[in-house]
Design a protein around this ligand. Structure first.
Ligand code: NAP
Ligand code: ZN
Length: 360
């Protein structure tokens, strides 16, 4: 068996789980990355005792986010190997630690980018658990969802509304909340909102912003996505690589959400913002984004960013998605074809979010 960290501190805090229904006696199975840029390999893992506040979930489906690819390839320099990736999990609770709250065995739940937080710092106590300095990423130093089972602190195991189509709900848990949170924080329904990059996050952002009532402009580098972006709810579609077209939108948008991880003509994009407008960055572009002071000062504009969302933000987003019938457009692969799925994501051809279905 491989030693992938189950979760930091879990062993020191462990007590007998109150319920152990469903935990397989022969351990978990998981697709494991042993090193950067290597194919994932199916392995058996020893789960160890369940922590007192932990919840065990049998994975049914797990979305494939670009962040999984970036962590697999150690693009951010923070990956820990061996790694079990996958952080858009849908499954059923199979066991709860004796101090776990809010979920019951058999319940349909989701787990996203974060699997635990300290629960006592100022951020956690304010409801901003995703900003906790000790927040535990699901796929770094912790086993993610490309596995038979995943574990997480009860606060981060989110019950799913019955109305959601569970097989396609996984991508909401990371990608969905990541684009919903800036809309909830910074948009009014009367706003003109631009979404940059129509991939996994971006296409959900268009759907959320349109359902919220905003006038949505989709910025894409792929002409083949123009019609689908309109079908997702964009009133306007513009090439993200056409600086002249961006120039024509000068001073018009109230909120721009960037989901790309590549360099674009940031000066022209900032120029599309109206007075009081905001560029909100969620895409993990590694090159610095140049922000000239005068592009902000004269029009009182802002630049901001955010990491996924709190448990409450996730639950609110799931309710909103259920109420407005918002679901990602997905391509399903059996989990056994996980390496093909990663290659498809890397090729940029996925339309628009890949979901892996557990087939162990
Ligand atoms: P994705 O499905 O691969 O989508 C990224 C999109 O970026 C592509 O669909 C494409 O859209 C655009 N793009 C890619 N290469 C481009 C190029 N050379 N020129 C112009 N546009 C290009 O990825 P994702 O899963 O949505 O994730 C997007 C980013 O968000 C990643 O960096 C991911 O790590 C990050 N992320 C951040 C958070 C957070 O908490 N802040 C959470 C989840 C993910 P078009 O074809 O429309 O141009
Ligand atoms: Zn993600």
């Amino acid at each position: 068996m491989t030693t992938v960290p189950a979760s930091p501190g879990a062993a020191s805090k462990t007590q007998p789980a109150s319920v152990r229904a469903g935990s397989p006696p022969d351990g978990y199975r998981a697709w494991v990355a042993q090193a950067p840029q290597q194919p994932l390999v199916l392995e058996r893992l020893e789960p160890g005792p369940l922590g007192p506040e932990e919840v065990e979930v049998a994975v049914e489906h797990c979305g494939l986010c670009h962040s999984d690819l970036s962590v697999l390839n150690n693009e951010w320099g923070l990956s820990q190997y061996p790694a079990v990736l996958g952080h858009e999990v849908v499954g059923r609770v199979t066991a709860t630690g004796p101090h776990a709250k809010g979920v019951t065995v058999g319940q349909r739940v989701g787990v996203g980018w974060s699997a635990a937080s300290c629960m006592h710092c100022r951020q956690c106590m304010s409801g901003d658990h995703h900003l906790c300095a000790q927040v535990q990423m699901t796929i770094v130093g912790h086993r993610g969802g490309f596995a038979t089972h995943i574990r997480a602190h009860w606060a981060w195991v989110i019950p799913l509304p019955e109305k959601l189509k569970f097989a396609d709900a996984g991508p909401l848990l990371c990608g969905g909340v990541t684009v919903f949170a800036p809309l909830a924080m910074h948009a009014a329904p009367t706003d003109r909102v631009g979404i940059i990059g129509i991939g996994g996050l971006g296409h959900m952002a268009v759907k959320f912003a349109a359902a919220y009532g905003c006038d949505v402009t989709a910025f894409t580098s792929s002409e083949s996505k123009f019609d689908e972006a309109r079908a997702f709810g964009a009133g306007h579609v513009v090439s993200s690589r056409d600086s002249a077209a961006l120039g024509k939108l000068a001073g018009s948008l109230d909120l721009l959400i960037s989901t790309v991880n590549v360099k674009l003509d940031w000066e022209a994009l900032l120029g599309t913002l109206a007075p009081n407008g905001r560029l909100h960055v969620v895409g993990a572009v590694l090159e610095p984004i140049p922000v000239p002071a005068f592009a902000l000062i004269m029009q009182q504009r802002s630049v901001s960013g955010s990491p996924t969302g709190s448990p409450t933000a996730i639950a609110t987003m799931l309710d909103f998605a259920a109420r407005h019938d918002i679901a990602p457009q997905t391509e399903h692969y059996p989990m056994g074809a996980i390496n093909d799925a990663f290659a498809r994501l890397a090729s940029g051809k996925a339309r628009y979010r890949i979901v892996l279905d557990a087939d162990f």
